[in-house]
Design a binder for this molecule. Sequence first.
Ligand SMILES: C[S@@+](CC[C@H](N)C(=O)[O-])C[C@H]1O[C@@H](n2cnc3c(N)ncnc32)[C@H](O)[C@@H]1O
Length: 355
Amino acid sequence: MSADADAAALRNRMLRNMTGALELYTVYLGERLGLYRALAQGGQATSAELAARTGTTERYIREWLEQQAASGLLAVDDPAAAPLDRRFSLPAGHVPVLADLDDVRYRAFNGTEIVRAARSLADLVEAFRTGGAPPRDAWAPEGRPDYNRATFLHLLGRSWLPAIGVVDERLRALPSARVADLACGAGWSTIAIALAYPLVHVDGFDLDVDVIAAARRNAAEAGVADRVTFFAASADAMSARYDVVTILEGLHDMARPVAALQVARDVLATPGWVVVADELTEDQFTAPASLLEQYHYGWSVVGCLPAVMGDPQTAATGAVMRPATLRRYAAEAGFADVEVLPVDADTLRFYLLTR
Ligand SMILES: C[S@@+](CC[C@H](N)C(=O)[O-])C[C@H]1O[C@@H](n2cnc3c(N)ncnc32)[C@H](O)[C@@H]1O
């Protein structure tokens, strides 16, 4: 390709990406204001009807509806009708992605994630210069995306863990297994394990006091508060004995992953297993890389690496934690074996660590 053609293609790509970013901001508005859910539940609406349904202002809603229809996220019955008469609807295929929080295909939280990621960018410019970490993002949990909620609730205990024979067997057996779920975030994995395995008790650990408070509320609502306990504490602070330790999309987020794995190994019963799920990366650095690898790298630069740069002893892993890195961390922590598991988990790769 000539340099001119290359420049033209890149300009197009920037326009496409810019449009995509703006679209995600409008998805953020739709999700936060309940606009998609109102369309899914109440059926097609004019701008005035949707505004009335959601307690919002007609003029803003009209512009949002037109933009959503122009982008193909919503359907409009008659584009030629007068603006106030047009009726907009959420196509059936878009309902699970934009309106149904319980569906594993739900992605409206992407809008929230992209807005949230942008908040720390100005501080990140400075952090790139100083080598430190931008200040912690103190968004309230209510404002946070529950990005793993549906997948963990539907798939972790019903499909992914059952695919790991020895672990599944122990979780179903007596005496009741004790599970530690490290970097548990808002507790969806912890809750999913308790729901899938009625005998077990699960302790969730996360550094972030706000997400732990949300996790406690989530567990109470899910009816498992009597079998899960949450600790606002670092993974390496645990001391009880556990049959299974899980670290689900959390190891690369730890500044000191080897320390966490060492403690996990120390607290394991015999037999005992550590189950790690982390990003499904390429085995080695590749450029240009797959879309998924580009996605993981994007999060790594703006979120996952900055989050761990404040610790003077950080391993500075980043989101693109390859199997070789995990194997090195596990060996340094004293594990005898790391098995990459044939669990089909979309964007995650599962590992089984044994002592
Ligand atoms: C990307 S979030 C994942 C949360 C959850 N596992 C999920 O998939 O929804 C990573 C979490 O790791 C937590 N974290 C980082 N370092 C930790 C540590 N040393 N001990 C416990 N939690 C930690 C962060 O507070 C954050 O909630």
